[in-house]
Design a protein around this ligand. Structure first.
Ligand SMILES: Nc1ncnc2c1ncn2[C@@H]1O[C@H](COP(=O)(O)OP(=O)(O)O)[C@@H](O)[C@H]1O
Ligand SMILES: [Mg+2]
Length: 211
């Protein structure tokens, strides 16, 4: 494997936007190019982080407060940064992460009830202020996300409409975060085909990695 340049790349966006699809395709592309890379998903990626993931995803934990949830995400992320992301960057890997702290900011501050400044501050602490070099925001609207999830799109029942209001705040949050962090963010129109989205991503990655 040739060792070109360490780079930290994250994927952000709503569920069903195509993050996991594109993260996997990028990982495969880099492997094909013989560039050392690692693909991670949040929450998880270390023994401790996977245990935290199980707590977060347990449907029985209905009493979990938004703050506890955020702290658990942050703890999982903190362990992942120290144990996996930083060591791999040191060894010259391209680290690809399917979601990172922008998701906490979008879902729990913009979408939820937590103070934006507090979330940003904990994000910094949890990651030792390790920022991605590139963040791809795969931009699809909540309506489009709902239609991909097999929902009926425009005809929403009461529950779905409530969810839609939440996802709308999250979506606007991602857009706001992208606007405030223009140096690292690349906004990709996620309504195009998988191949079109990938080619847009590869254009940026090739340029940054000088492939
Ligand atoms: N550009 C695209 N156009 C149409 N369908 C897509 C596109 N990208 C992904 N999908 C499909 O949408 C679903 C969600 O994709 P996924 O990559 O799992 O999204 P995420 O990880 O953001 O939740 C999958 O069934 C996937 O095949
Ligand atoms: Mg996914």
């Amino acid at each position: 494997m040739v060792n070109l340049r360490a780079m930290f790349i994250t994927f952000e966006g709503l569920d069903y936007s195509g993050k996991s699809t594109q993260a996997k395709l990028l990982h495969e592309y880099l492997k094909h190019k013989k560039i050392k890379s690692i693909l991670l998903r949040e929450p998880g990626g270390t023994k401790i982080s996977e245990k935290i993931r199980n707590i977060l995803l347990d449907r029985k934990h209905l009493e979990m407060t938004p703050l506890t949830e955020f702290m658990l995400f942050s703890a999982s992320r903190s362990q992942l940064v120290s144990q996996v992301i930083k060591p791999h960057l040191k060894k010259g890997y391209v680290v690809i992460c399917d979601r990172y702290y922008d998701s906490s900011t979008a879902y729990q501050a913009y979408g939820g009830s937590l103070e934006l400044e507090n979330v940003i501050s904990v994000n910094k602490t949890a990651t030792g202020n390790l920022k991605p070099n590139i963040t791809f925001f795969i931009d699809i609207s909540p309506q489009k996300a709902f239609s991909r999830s097999g929902k009926r799109g425009s005809i929403l029942d009461r529950m779905e409409a409530k969810n839609l209001a939440f996802y709308d705040r999250v979506y606007r949050g991602f857009k706001d975060i992208a606007n405030k962090n223009k140096k690292r963010f690349v906004v990709i129109n996620g309504t195009h085909t998988i191949e079109q989205v990938q080619s847009r991503i590869l254009k940026t990655v090739n340029r940054k990695l000088k492939i």
